[in-house]
Ligand binder design. Structure first.
Ligand code: G3I
Length: 373
């Protein structure tokens, strides 16, 4: 029986998928005709279709969108089995002052999740961005470990037993910073050296005995030297942590994809096997598909975005260590890309499974099709 990836390699057509598979075809392969819509496997909520494969399906959201739009809150609760706080658990939001914590919005989100039967994926304990403004003035090499431990252990113990998994360290790799190990010159690296990563995992595990502890990063998905270099650095980092017995359970792959790129994920598939061979689980943590460079026509964009969702998910779903798929927002109305990567023509971006009116798009059908395929 050919595996899903074999079919991808052969570029065959699968009746279950109803469209020619682009991945693995020559770069000049003609894009699928958009008159040939991707057929959803069924119309059940994505969480049910994922659960049938033993997977969680989630989305990023926060109080501002959920409380502000009850219909959106209903859609998230209906489609998802897990939720990731988009911003409310980041250090910038939790730490108004060196000796103060503000859990109002994070508590609201965790309570929302529990009231709606959703698990919580915590995001993120250690990152180089969205740090509180006071940090650089207060933290030094001498007190950084105490500050890091205080932050991690106050936050993680508050939500112990209420969070399924944590992005403990986010985006530690940046080859452009010139280090041989590819590590980003994060403030935490400057304060504590390369040990900050394993310290963070140990500090978390000391107070959170059950949640899966995750290393989360981006730029791992496509062909090309940039992605291959990042994959190698991430793999080396993970192999080192595993070899030292650091309590890391999974790799979080952010998966911010681009609809204008050839959806060829063959080397990525081998990378996933390498992660699995380290004994680590795989979580897709921030999935969306940029349409910034796609034609203006919404139908054409939706089609190309859906193709990317399908081709990518066919690869990740082929790996037995996949545990969850989460999109970075459920509706086009609430995508970070609106602010960070707007289209030059000013048209609203369309990267997510539901449109601005919460209607299912071809991307939703593509996710269903991949889960059902
Ligand atoms: O809430 C304030 C608002 O009160 C204020 O008026 C406004 C004016 O600037 O800012 C608002 O906060 C913004 C926040 O999003 C909520 O919308 C911040 O400025 C803005 O920086 C923040 O952006 C977030 C971004 O991370 C920061 O780097 C995005 O929402 C969030 O989706 C994005 O998520 C990251 C992941 O955490 C890590 N992986 C990449 C991903 C995309 O960048």
């Amino acid at each position: 029986m050919a595996s899903r990836r074999d079919v991808l390699r052969w570029g065959g057509r699968s009746a279950a998928w109803g469209l020619p598979l682009l991945a693995g075809l020559p770069a000049d392969a003609k894009a699928r005709s958009c008159d040939d819509p991707i057929i959803a496997a069924n119309d059940r909520p994505l969480k049910e279709q994922a659960q049938r494969r033993g997977l969680l399906f989630g989305a990023a959201a926060d109080r501002n969108t959920l409380e502000g739009n009850p219909r959106y809150a209903e859609a998230v609760a209906a489609e998802c089995s897990m939720i990731t706080p988009e911003n409310s658990m980041k250090m910038e939001r939790l730490r108004p002052a060196p000796k103060a914590f503000d859990f109002e919005h994070a508590d609201w989100l965790v309570t929302f999740a529990e009231e709606n039967g959703l698990l919580v994926h915590g995001h993120t304990l250690v990152w180089h961005l969205q740090l509180p403004g006071w940090l650089e003035e207060v933290v030094t090499k001498h007190n950084a470990e105490r500050y890091l431990a205080d932050h991690i252990q106050t936050v993680a113990s508050r939500y112990a037993g209420r969070v399924r998994s944590w992005d403990v360290v986010n985006e530690a790799i940046e080859a452009g910073d010139g280090r041989g190990d590819g590590l980003r010159l994060s403030p935490w690296l400057r304060y504590l050296g390369t040990d900050y990563i394993e310290l963070a995992f140990h500090m978390t595990r000391q107070v959170e005995l059950n949640a899966d502890l995750v290393y989360n990063d981006y730029g791992l998905e496509y062909e090309g030297d940039y992605f291959e270099q990042r994959r190698n650095h991430v793999l080396d980092l993970l192999a080192g942590l595993v070899a030292k017995g650091v309590p890391v359970d999974a790799l979080g792959i952010q998966s911010h994809l681009s609809g204008d790129r050839q959806p060829n994920f063959e080397r990525f598939a081998r990378f996933l096997d390498d992660v699995r061979n380290l004994g680590l689980d795989i979580m897709i943590t921030e999935l969306d598909v940029r349409d910034r460079k796609l034609p203006a026509d919404p139908a054409e964009r939706d089609c190309r975005v859906a193709d990317t969702y399908r081709a990518y998910l066919d690869v990740v779903l082929d790996n037995p260590n996949l545990r969850s798929i989460a999109v970075w927002g459920l509706s086009d109305r609430y995508s970070w890309l609106t602010e960070f990567e707007p289209r030059n023509d000013g048209k609203p971006v369309r990267p997510l499974p539901l449109d601005g009116d919460l209607k299912r798009k071809p991307a939703w059908h593509a996710i269903s099709n991949a889960l059902g395929g």
